[in-house]
Design a binder for this molecule. Structure first.
Ligand code: GLA
Length: 691
């Protein structure tokens, strides 16, 4: 038997592929590192499984592109149709090269099809993608990125769902025979089905055990399939969702980013955070500290005035803001959300002298200036629509979302118009930041629209390389590695309710670094939940991520201003090492407490955030165990905010009395006792390695 093996390793994972008898490649191993001298021939032979009765006379391989023609007893990795109907390719191996990662090429000469798989180890992750080319136009219904084996010792599939204001809800589905499928058909990566999934092996926790995870680097529709075959094998597929009418000669799956951890979910968080921050995001100035934001949306909505915003700018700067973002309402005749999207010229009724007086004021207060835009959209009540009614994506009489339609970004003239409009604004003003919004679902699953927005963003970034961009889509509707290759921050949610945020941020940290995760201190009474939460909790929750404020600072009383100023000062003192380090979720023995540890890249210091979102069932707080420390090192711990202790906390707590010094081993096994706390309290403990 003619068998070739390939092996990819990162410091934490190994992928072994084999090609047998010139057939399609199979991933025969994906998991934690194998020894360097593993005998791949023996592994390959040991991988083969027996054959029983009542089935085909050979076991059809679970290849990186399972072929319907084989016939494979599950979901195929590729589904195409041509003029004559369904195509059922049988690919033969052509060639391999390892010039830039590993490229494997296959073809089906009869059907004029070529399939290419690419794998590359980048830091801790492996990035895999597939591409299909056809000599004649075909319709692609499905193309999975290289298909991976699902771990047999996993009991469940973990993924996330969400809606506006309630992003990143974890759900766990037991493996069972058949398919679990998530499919985003709304044309963007979406609140509903973020393009990511985790396969924890039996017994894995936040900080222990083996976990496998996937993310797709694509901002359009996508599909995830986890399937248990009748023979017991399991497969994982992820790729773009295709418009059934999308005919073409070349299709790509997008990059599938693969992570493996032997330290529970914490290792997944570390791998993805580092990959996105250090390899995906293109920072205009990597040395620039993340600036504290002020965003005026929940302060004034569409009610813009130079006088009001100047006063707000002064107060925001005094609180510690370093970037002032003027949100929706500055263009066209936009007094509410029913008009003007598409008309990217300054509203002279609100801004008779243009935006420059406000920008000068903001600069005078020592802040940089950012501006909100929503370029992909148009209102029917706009000059743009009136002059270009044919630029809509989909029919005019489609159901609108937030009273708006999409522009067809596959059309070069539409992209040129948008580029010129944005370029003119950026040329005429000293703007270092765009908040780029996308507030409705697409009327169809359309890869060309996503390619269009990528092209527009790429062109704009090339023309204005110092401008940072935030990806917002009614909050977290477009958070994925594809958009992060072109932007620098995501707006996780339109909910500034710190209780909601605490949970969301905790989940999202498995997939996103804090450096790109925007988090703002909202109004005293949350505009999305009506909840009134103490300033200390609101400030500390925002301080876990890329911090900002989004309330009218004129509502703050003296005590609230003092707390916010103090927490912001702390944020600035610690941001550089925290944003450059790892954010590790901690296991909490108390369901009412959500905890994480942020540790510096050199491991010399850390901070623990332990946030209480509800009352506990037991009467006293439970010890918080840490992770990711050196068991043999000694650490000095210091409670940053003892003032948040409620009157009921009246016992001895070492951290309240003074600093505590313990070994990493003791901190990870015994843990630290924190004071009793009311719901909506965040304990913040700094740690420093002293020996
Ligand atoms: C969306 C965003 C908000 C805000 C508004 C402006 O809802 O998510 O943050 O920018 O649009 O209209």
């Amino acid at each position: 038997m003619n068998t070739i093996h390939y092996r990819l390793d990162t410091p934490v994972q190994t992928l072994v592929l084999r090609i047998r008898n010139q057939g399609m490649a199979e991933a025969i191993y994906w998991g934690s590192n194998l020894p360097e001298d593993e005998d791949l021939g023996m592994l390959s032979s040991a991988h083969d499984i027996d054959l029983g009765g009542g089935m085909l006379d050979a076991t059809v391989p679970l290849s990186i592109c399972p072929e319907a023609s084989a016939p494979f007893p599950g979901q195929a990795g590729l589904s195409l149709s041509g003029e004559a109907g369904v195509l059922q390719p049988t690919f033969r191996f052509e060639s391999a090269d390892d010039n830039d990662g590993l490229t494997l090429r296959f073809s089906d000469e009869t059907l004029g099809l070529a399939y290419t798989a690419h794998f590359k180890a980048v830091g801790d992750v492996i990035v895999a993608s597939s591409e299909v080319r056809s000599q004649t136009p075909v319709c692609c219904h499905w193309l999975a990125a290289p298909v991976l084996p699902g771990a047999q010792s996993s009991e469940k599939i973990t993924d996330w769902h969400g809606t506006w204001l309630r992003e990143f809800h974890r759900q766990e589905t037991p493996w069972s025979h058949g398919i679990r499928m998530r499919e985003a058909r709304t044309g963007r990566s979406g609140h509903e089905h973020p393009p990511m999934a985790m396969i924890p092996l039996r017994g894995a926790t936040r900080t222990a055990g083996e976990v496998h995870a996937l993310q797709l680097a694509w901002s359009g529709g996508h599909r995830f399939v986890a399937e248990q075959l009748p023979d017991g094998r399991r497969q994982l597929q992820m790729g773009r969702a295709w418009d059934a009418d999308g005919r073409g000669t070349r299709f790509s799956s997008s990059d599938l980013v693969m992570a493996v951890s032997t330290e529970g979910e914490a290792g997944i968080a570390r791998s993805f955070q580092r990959y996105i921050r250090d390899q995906v995001v293109v920072w205009p100035d990597p040395a620039r500290s993340r600036p504290v934001h002020y965003n005026c949306w929940e302060a004034i909505y569409f009610d813009h005035s130079l006088e009001g915003l100047s006063e707000i700018a002064e107060r925001a700067a005094r609180l510690g803001a370093e970037r002032f973002v003027l949100d929706d309402g500055w263009f066209g005749k936009r007094d509410d959300d029913t008009s003007s999207l598409g008309d990217w010229t300054i509203d002279r009724r609100k801004w008779p002298d243009g935006l420059t007086p406000l920008i000068d004021k903001v600069h005078g207060e020592g802040m940089s200036f950012g501006l909100w835009v929503e370029p992909e959209m148009v209102n029917l009540d706009s000059d743009l629509y009136r002059s270009h009614p044919d630029w809509l994506l989909g029919p005019k009489d489609q159901l609108t979302g937030r009273f708006q339609h999409l522009l067809d970004l596959s059309r070069p003239e539409v992209r040129d118009y948008l580029f010129d409009a944005l370029d003119a604004i950026l040329r005429a003003h000293d703007i270092d930041y765009l908040k780029w919004d996308h507030n409705r679902l697409l009327p169809l699953v359309d890869a060309a629209q996503t390619d269009g927005v990528y092209a527009l963003l790429d062109r704009l970034r090339a023309a204005h390389p110092t401008v940072e961009i935030e990806s917002c889509a009614s909050g977290g509707g477009r958070i994925d590695i594809g958009i992060l290759a072109r932007t620098h921050r995501v707006w996780l949610s339109d909910s500034n309710d710190a209780i909601e945020r605490l949970r969301m941020q905790h989940e999202a940290a498995l997939l996103l670094p804090p450096a790109v995760t925007g988090s703002h201190v909202g109004p005293r009474k949350s505009h999305s939940s009506g909840r009134i939460l103490p300033m200390s909790f609101r400030a500390w929750v925002a301080a876990q991520r890329h911090m900002g404020f989004e309330m009218d600072p004129r509502e703050l009383d003296e005590e609230e201003s003092e707390i916010l100023t103090r927490v912001t000062r702390w944020w600035k003192q610690t941001r550089d090492w925290r944003m450059a380090g790892d954010t590790i979720p901690l296991d909490s023995d108390d369901e009412a407490v959500i905890s994480e540890l942020q540790i510096a890249a050199d491991r010399s210091r850390f901070v623990v955030f332990a946030g209480r979102h509800a009352s506990s069932v037991q009467s006293l707080p439970l010890a918080q165990k840490l992770a990711a420390l050196d068991p043999n090192a000694r650490y000095r711990l210091h409670l940053v905010n003892p003032e948040d202790r409620p009157p009921q906390s009246r016992g001895h707590v070492a951290l309240v009395t003074g600093d505590v010094t313990m070994s990493g081993a003791a901190l990870m096994t015994h843990g630290i006792n924190l004071p009793l706390s009311w719901p909506a309290t965040m304990w913040v403990v700094e740690g420093e390695r002293i020996a």
